[in-house]
Design a protein around this ligand. Sequence first.
Ligand code: DQA
Length: 144
Amino acid sequence: MNILVINGPNLNMLGIREPDIYGKETYNSLVEKIENYAKEKGIAVKCCQSNHEGDLVDFIQFAYGVFDGIVINPGAYTHTSIAILDAVKAVDIPTVEVHISDVSSREDFRQISYIRQACFKTICGKGTDGYLEAIDAIIEKVGK
Ligand code: DQA
């Protein structure tokens, strides 16, 4: 079992950006937390991040034939990107959408998620623990 964790724009600024919304944990400590959890679960994980939409499409395409599952927080591209939706549909790899904040109780423009229709689960508002829950969901769906 091999899971790719993709983070989109501004998630490299975790710990600095709006800590009242996204918490004080940094991106590096998030990666460490995910890697430690994967080790505990006996699975392989790779984390990547980009501020650029095309890079996120490339990461998803790269997963084809290599990864068994994708955990993705597309950041603001959640609310705008058809290209990222199409990429997830194209590779047809079990994917979970994660948001650190509870987007459902925020601004109207955050209520739209293009990627959601290609994901078998969405996890919102659980902080960075949402990434771990997403890993569990993929293990449960795909098996070890
Ligand atoms: C986010 C929510 C998005 O609306 C926002 O643009 C982000 C982070 C979250 O993790 O809560 O960058 O995806």
